[in-house]
Write a protein that binds this ligand. Sequence first.
Ligand code: BG6
Length: 516
Amino acid sequence: MTTPPVRSNPLRDPRDRRLPRIAGPSGMVLFGVTGDLSRKKIMPAIYDLANRGLLPPGFSLTGFARRDWADQDFAQIVHDSVKAHARTEFREEVWRQLAEGFRFVPGDFDDDQAFERLRRTIEELDEVRGTGGNHAFYLAIPPGFFADVVGQLQEHGLTEGRGDSWRRVVVEKPFGHDLASAQRLNAVLAEVFPSGSIFRIDHYLGKETVQNILALRFANAMFEPIWNSNYVDHVQITMAEDIGIGGRAGYYDGIGAARDVIQNHLLQLLALVAMEEPTSFDAASLRIEKQKVLASVVLPRRLDLTTARGQYAAGWAGGEEVIGFLEEEGIKRTSTTETYAAVRLDVDTRRWAGVPFYLRTGKRLGRRVTEVAVVFKRAPHLPFAASSTEELTQNALVIRVQPDEGVTMRFGSKVPGTQMEIRDVNMDFVYGGAFTESSPEAYERLILDVLLGDPPLFPRHEEVELSWRILDPILDHWARQDEQRKGKPEQYPSGGWGPESADAMLARDGRVWRRP
Ligand code: BG6
């Protein structure tokens, strides 16, 4: 048989995508410089990008905060964060060049003079660092302040570049706490920035292994034919964390696991696993397909039987005794905020009819692991004695998002010996073994994409809305249970695998959660 020639599509982007993508002249203004996100993720990622030669030589980072700091104090903060959290090695010459572009503007969000100083700082940077009028405003601050900041940026003429130069805004979740608040938040941003200039970060989309879901599905011939309800029994998407809420009580209480993680990261994973092939990987085509999936998600009727929630109780984590969620500092003793959530969703399309998607996430679980497991139906017929296949379960393809990134295929194999005994075995692809280059951090990829104006990895507002439409009824159901005292989050021991109600939820469907 001859192989058909590989045809190229003339409509596709002719650029060679293997060439390094280097940002053009630009700068970034960071609001929220004292927060965890800035110190642990954003600042180190900027250094890592500089170290990899992906930032322009005159790149500038301006911090804005209510602190009485000079530029050098800000530089020291960035220095400490880079030393503690950067992925790549510290190189003095890279650091020195980068640090020359650091500025700090002290001020409150309602301080007109501070925003006037910010405007002058940006103009100065355009002149001395050659940032070309191109600036991204990164709002690493609680969404309650978005309106103040973007209002000030607009008032001080900072939201529109001159000529060909660009201005962009970068926002972090939570994008609201329900559909209505998400719509209000979007209105605040959309009033000032055109939709193409708003970059919403869902850092899971910046992870290599998450992007690999698309490569696995659409670059290969052998997975797609079985990627449907004829062969797939169900899908399990797990994001388990071993940490507790740490110092984030203020953020977490009243938010909880479903809003914190399911609304964004896990529904985005579901969309990538379930979507149809996009016509190309540009932002518009990709987002259309993700949107179609999110719009097709339906909730089962009995939410009391198809959702589960819990709170971690005292227990063990990493060999240490730890306290329960309700004992954490800053958490109300009567809090009903869930630290574990599991839901069953159905995707109402021909491809997925009858295939449940089970999503779960929790803090203080046995191990930190994120994975997508596509679990296949049993073979329609087994020509073996029943005793030969007692230890054979269902075939599965597991995309290991983190840690230990890779893909595992589980299938049955004969146990060596004189008898026919068949047992599950795993075949592993491990990133670290197949590639010499280590994966960049999600924030490196996403910050670079902001500077390049490359939007495919950023969810658009419609996706955010659709995600809230899925989650709101579940959150309402839990709130009603609380109000009517008909239920509350079940306590589960730290270091375990979540509440018993989550196991019961799957058992009712004749299934079990994987123990990664
Ligand atoms: C964040 C959540 O979005 O993701 C945190 O707000 C969570 O609660 C974090 O700990 C986990 O991210 P990662 O990349 O470590 O899986």
